[in-house]
Design a protein around this ligand. Structure first.
Ligand SMILES: [Zn+2]
Length: 75
């Protein structure tokens, strides 16, 4: 589960690092549609299931955060 925290490293690539009015989904390289599809696939592979689920939860939380602050689910 800790490995899924590494996904937040791509937040650090952004400038500025934290912007409350920005939507992470669709902005950060690992928060776009293509990687999200990979995370979904990972959920169905027993070896990577927990990482996949953790990453999907992360995407959902980022998306909910975006919905609360901007009223949109993704950029
Ligand atoms: Zn994120």
């Amino acid at each position: 589960m800790m490995a899924t925290m590494l996904i937040d490293l791509d937040h650090l690539l952004a400038n500025p690092i934290y912007d409350a009015t920005r939507c992470s989904i669709g902005f950060h390289p690992l928060h776009t549609l293509f990687p999200i599809i990979i995370y979904l696939v990972a959920c169905f592979i027993p070896k990577t299931r927990y990482i996949g689920i953790g990453l999907i939860i992360h995407m959902l939380l980022d998306s909910i955060d975006c919905q609360m602050t901007n009223g949109i689910w993704f950029t």
